[in-house]
Design a protein around this ligand. Structure first.
Ligand SMILES: CC(C)(COP(=O)(O)OP(=O)(O)OC[C@H]1O[C@@H](n2cnc3c(N)ncnc32)[C@H](O)[C@@H]1OP(=O)(O)O)[C@@H](O)C(=O)NCCC(=O)NCCS
Length: 177
């Protein structure tokens, strides 16, 4: 996958163990604090990550990163395969060039191919609807989060219909709050 004209050329690929330190630097730079990098470290090492991708520039530098982790469902939707997108990070100097969108789109494609039903996100309501995330659908998801920033995307019919569902996020998110 490559970016549009006038944007840095990059490839989206799965993270490897060798990327760990550089990825932590990218996340820390994107959020201007180390908390989110620690969250990713903890999610990775407790086995909660389902999909983890990086965007690598043609000079070899890692420009961005996205992580999707397992969410556990209970209630009507207890059979659903549910995941959550968090965090997504792009180096400040290359933001708004399509890298975040490429990472999210590739991650959602991978989750779809893995048979995931529903993806949740907590983030800017001005950003995530472009990928299909919907705060209306998330109203049927009982979670520690609510409001316009809490959005859901169904990847299957079951993800749309086997609701409501009560969800709990991986333990590192509880430490993160
Ligand atoms: C959010 C982030 C991952 C987006 O990646 P990106 O590569 O900069 O974004 P893209 O180029 O794919 O998309 C650009 C679009 O997203 C919008 N956008 C980017 N960050 C946004 C934000 N925080 N709130 C609302 N819109 C945002 C831009 O305004 C632009 O909109 P347009 O297409 O209508 O002009 C990146 O800006 C980043 O790392 N930010 C700091 C960390 C963060 O806030 N992560 C998300 C919170 S979970």
């Amino acid at each position: 996958m490559t970016a549009a004209q006038n944007s840095p050329v990059f490839t989206v690929r799965p993270v490897t163990e060798a990327d760990e330190k550089e990825v932590a630097g990218v996340i820390t730079a994107a959020f201007n604090q180390p908390v989110e990098a620690k969250l990713v470290h903890n999610l990775r090492h407790c086995g909660a990550l389902l999909v983890e991708l990086v965007a690598q520039g043609d000079d070899g530098r890692i420009l961005g990163h996205v992580a999707f982790s397992r969410v556990t469902g209970a209630g009507a939707g207890h059979r659903l395969q549910i995941s959550c997108l968090a965090p997504v990070s792009v180096l400040p100097e290359v933001q708004k060039l399509g890298i975040g969108s490429a990472l999210i789109t590739a991650g959602l494609e991978e989750l779809r191919s893995q048979g995931e039903d529903l993806v949740l996100v907590l983030g800017p309501p001005a950003y995530y609807p472009r990928f299909g995330f919907d705060a209306g659908l998330a109203k049927q998801v009982q979670a520690p989060y609510a409001g316009a920033a809490f959005m859901a995307l169904a990847l299957t019919d079951a993800g749309r219909t086997q609701l409501p569902v009560e969800v709990s996020f991986a333990t590192p998110f509880q430490e993160f709050e």
